[in-house]
Design a protein around this ligand. Structure first.
Ligand SMILES: Nc1ncnc2c1ncn2[C@@H]1O[C@H](COP(=O)(O)OP(=O)(O)O)[C@@H](O)[C@H]1O
Ligand SMILES: [Mg+2]
Length: 285
């Protein structure tokens, strides 16, 4: 079964799309591995980074989620990279929450669609910068979550919130919880503030923070605006090696152990009956 990895952070500009595209392109170069990228962001930046005019397509993530009768292969497109395919997204996905509002299974549509997709070793999801039906679908479909964190204080708060949301999924939505695999500090510049953010991330999430941050590198921005990966745009750019090492780590850490399923939430302890005594205090019978 494919490893399903979501790149998530509710904050825009934290390098979700950058990491999804680069991890996908890197993993697709591993001999024998096939990779599928799935975009869930109405901005469609993932497809744009791969050189597509995403507004021109109508077999996108939205149609994949809505049409569970057709072969999902109809929605996949080959990219210019061997062994790397993509499901494109555009702003039409904003209609999804309304279109499935009355469907009691609306939060598991992506997961079911992915169950019907075969022949991939990795499925990587790029996510929108907001929480809602689309994000819930993503957290249910993904088994692993990588959180890119822009090294600023506000981003740190967002990260803690996101992890709380993930951990609460079995209880709040009776949905299984994906595993937080890695936090990747991004847009790093060597300042005292950025170092203190990384220190706090390490204190909060010991063992999960990638030791090497993705440094601020204007070449990545340029590469993205040309619809290229950094390795294609400038193989001597300073971030090339970091992104290759990150790819190596994602590959090497292998799939997670079994995840916590919704059914494993322990039932609430039975309440003992209580009485109110003459002074108005409550006590157990
Ligand atoms: N290391 C980096 N240094 C400088 N700019 C970067 C870097 N990584 C990404 N960017 C740029 O930052 C912007 C936001 O990145 P993106 O991956 O689209 O974030 P998100 O998907 O989280 O909104 C893009 O313009 C991208 O080209
Ligand atoms: Mg993005």
């Amino acid at each position: 079964m494919a490893r399903r990895i979501a790149f998530v952070n509710e904050k825009g500009g934290s390098c979700k799309t950058t990491l999804t595209v680069h991890m996908g392109a890197w993993l697709a170069t591993v001999p024998g591995k096939r990779v599928l990228l799935v975009d869930l962001d109405p901005q469609g930046q993932l497809g744009k980074t791969l050189g597509y005019d995403v507004s021109a397509y109508n077999r996108t993530t939205l149609e994949l989620l809505l049409d569970d009768t057709r072969d999902p292969a109809l929605f996949l497109r080959r990219t210019r990279f061997e062994n790397l395919d993509v499901v494109l997204c555009n702003k039409s996905i904003a209609l999804f929450p309304t279109l499935v509002a009355s469907d009691p299974d609306r939060d598991v549509r992506l997961s079911r669609a992915m169950d019907r997709v075969e022949d991939y070793d990795f499925v990587l999801f790029d996510s929108p910068a907001s929480f809602g039906t689309i994000m819930l679908n993503l957290l249910v479909a993904a088994r692993e979550v990588i959180v890119p964190v822009n090294a600023s204080f506000l981003a740190l708060d967002g990260c803690a919130e996101l992890v709380k949301t993930m951990e609460a999924l079995p209880a709040t939505h009776s949905l299984p919880e994906p595993e937080l695999r890695l936090i990747v500090p991004t847009l790093y510049r060597p300042t005292r503030m950025a170092d203190s953010v990384i220190e706090r991330l390490n204190a909060h999430f010991p063992g999960r923070v990638h030791a090497e941050p993705l440094r601020y590198d204007v070449k990545i921005e340029e590469a993205q605006s040309h619809g290229r990966t950094i390795w294609e745009y400038d193989p001597r750019a300073r971030s090339c090696e970091m992104l290759s090492r990150l790819g190596g780590q994602v590959l090497a850490m292998g799939p997670p152990r079994a995840r916590r399923e919704a059914a494993s939430v322990p039932p609430a302890a039975p309440q003992r009956p209580t009485v109110v005594d003459l002074r108005g205090r409550q006590r157990e019978l």
